[in-house]
Design a protein around this ligand. Structure first.
Ligand code: PLP
Length: 401
């Protein structure tokens, strides 16, 4: 008798995880992995933040029982999330217009948001930026949506094709879901200006679109409040919208899976109804969220000392990435490269679309042991004072041909 799995096809490998496997198998000692989306410190290690360490130690020492959490996560965590996203003095929060549920990282937040939206607007289409984080499309498709791209990156200017994006959004049907990177666009590093965000808000209002902001890197560009400008502009607009957020990067808690989905409603009464439906989505996915990571985040954010320590550590990560950006630009230039790479210093967050071609990326890997995504995306947070000169030299050789 044949196996019940006989007809199962082998799924394609995740391109970025595949890159990691190839990197791990590479025995060259000088190899550098610029493909991954994690922040490493100057020693090439994922940091355990001191504020997190302190909160974790206190928690472990307390030896607490492990009961179930509320379906939407604990109130202390949800409220800490709201304060970061909307601002501690937000009128939306005081009016009870925000639903927040703890989620399994930013990915889990997108997933419960997508599942909820599918029940709400089953006929809507979802639009993601071209290009976008590679999981956006798959996530919304797996929730049952048809997903299309909106114009975003302009390779010629290495910035945003804002005219193209805006006119495209103006052509969309009411109820269309539009996924927006709130800051630190992944993969390009190209963000909208504050004035452009204000225009996007107005287009969403005029067209009756459903904005879904994905905030995976709050604090990695200019600071906690500065990076929330899109969320704050939508907040002031009176519109309803979704925000997925993540502490994977900002707290360096990748594997703990700590994130949240927030939904801004029209009233406190609506909040109650929306929360009740969101809880059904969560209940039928994983029942209720895990305790540990969110408890540490809530502890850090509710202690003035730990919060200050975290903000300092977050600023340290942000500043280090910036230093790597300018350092890379300068070092490539110092190699006598004529091609202008100064845009790398203007891009924001962990990533850059370098403009390196797939063929150049391949040479970087085969000849220099430097791994990047074939689109030319590199992670600046994987550079450090030791590997930067080597990477700059290799890029210089590759672009000079
Ligand atoms: N959204 C974007 C744009 C991302 O870049 C990422 C992570 O790479 C995520 C969401 C998911 O974050 P998490 O690891 O918290 O699920």
């Amino acid at each position: 008798t044949s196996s019940i799995f006989a007809a199962v096809e082998l799924a394609p490998r995740d391109p970025i995880l595949g890159l990691n496997e190839a990197f791990n198998a590479d025995t060259r000692p000088f190899k550098v992995n610029l493909g991954v989306g994690v922040y490493s410190d100057d020693n090439g290690k994922i940091p355990l933040l001191a504020a997190v360490k302190a909160a974790e130690k206190a928690r472990v020492d307390a030896m607490l029982p492990r009961g179930y959490q509320p379906i939407e996560g604990p109130a202390a965590y949800d409220s800490a999330v709201q304060n970061l996203l909307f601002g501690a003095d937000s009128e939306l929060i005081s009016a009870g217009r925000v639903v927040t549920a703890q989620a399994l990282g930013g990915t889990g937040a997108l997933k419960i948001g997508a599942d909820f939206l599918k029940r709400l607007n089953p006929e809507s289409k979802v639009y993601i930026s071209n290009p976008s984080w590679e999981n956006h499309r798959a996530l919304f498709e797996s929730a049952g949506f048809e997903v299309e791209n909106y114009p975003y990156y302009d390779a010629a200017t290495r910035g945003v094709d804002f005219a193209g994006m805006k006119s495209f959004l103006q052509s969309l049907a009411a109820g269309s879901v539009i996924v927006l990177h709130a800051c630190c666009h992944n993969p390009t590093g190209a963000d909208l200006s504050d004035a452009q965000w204000a225009e996007v808000v107005e287009v969403c209002r005029a067209q009756g679109l459903v904005p879904f902001l994905d905030m995976a890197y709050q604090g990695f560009a200019d600071g906690i409040d500065a990076d929330a400008v899109a969320v704050r502009l939508f907040s002031a607009s009176g519109l309803q919208f979704f925000v997925s957020s993540s502490f994977s990067k900002s707290f360096s808690l990748y594997g703990e899976r700590v994130g949240a989905l927030s939904i801004v409603t029209a009233s406190k009464e609506e909040t109650g109804r929306v929360l009740s439906q969101l809880k059904r989505v969560i209940r039928t996915n994983y029942s209720n969220p895990p305790i540990h990571g969110a408890a540490m985040v809530a502890a850090v954010l509710s202690s003035p000392e730990l919060r200050q320590q975290w903000e300092d550590e977050l600023a340290g990560m942000r500043d280090r990435i910036r230093a790597m950006r300018t350092g890379l630009v300068d070092a490539i230039k110092a190699q006598g490269v004529e091609q202008d790479f100064s845009f790398v210093a203007q891009q924001r967050g962990m990533f850059s679309y370098t403009g390196l071609t797939a063929a150049q990326v391949e040479v970087l890997r085969s000849e220099f042991g430097i791994y990047a995504v074939s689109t030319g995306r590199i992670c600046l947070a994987a550079l450090n004072s030791k590997n930067l000169p080597y990477v700059a030299e290799a890029i210089a050789k590759v672009v000079k041909g």
